[in-house]
Design a protein. Structure first.
Length: 176
């Protein structure tokens, strides 16, 4: 059983129709069960040096209670994160839309790289560790050449809007 380290320190009900606040376990458990097996598209939004936003679709996985995603070293996403780690990650999960806010930092620890590569392989992307990044025979056309940097999102805030019963809208705040 996973020891959930990213438990919210506060929760706020945002629903205007009287629905109860949603438990964090709902999106967290879906992230754990649906990534990477399901066909989910995650969108990472970063900030350019001039303050303009940049958004890119990425393959992401929830591993050991944290969200990980990749980016080629030369991509706008990676260059933005090197200068400013603040970002959001958005995804439509079964029955709930989710936006995660936080900081994304590059991961170079060999054991974490291998653990995340193993999860990606389980979902059909044949990732392997090469140096301090990940590589594979194929990836998204916009990812740039391998090896790709691996990033871990440190959660600050999350917002969920349930599109299925039980409905509701909730904000979760996390210690960071």
């Amino acid at each position: 059983m996973t020891d959930y380290m990213n438990e919210p320190i506060s929760t706020r009900n945002l629903d205007q129709y009287g629905s109860a606040e949603l438990p964090w376990s709902r999106p967290r458990d879906l992230l754990a069960s649906e990534s990477p097996e399901s066909d989910l598209t995650f969108f990472v939004a970063t900030v350019r040096p001039d303050g303009r936003p940049h958004t890119a679709g990425v393959g992401a996985v929830w591993v050991d209670d944290a969200l990980y995603f990749v980016g080629g070293p030369g991509t706008r996403r990676s260059r933005n994160l090197a200068a400013n780690p603040a970002c959001t990650v958005s995804v439509r999960l079964p029955g709930i839309d989710l936006v995660l806010e936080g900081d994304a930092h590059r991961v170079t620890d060999p054991s974490t790289l291998e653990r995340v590569a193993t999860v990606y392989r389980g979902g059909g992307w044949p990732a392997s560790v090469e140096g301090d990044g990940l590589t594979a025979p194929f990836t998204a056309p916009s990812a740039g050449p391998p090896p790709w940097h691996l990033y871990r999102l440190t959660l600050h805030t999350a917002f969920g809007v349930a599109a299925a019963e039980p409905h509701g809208a909730t904000r979760w705040d996390f210690a960071h």
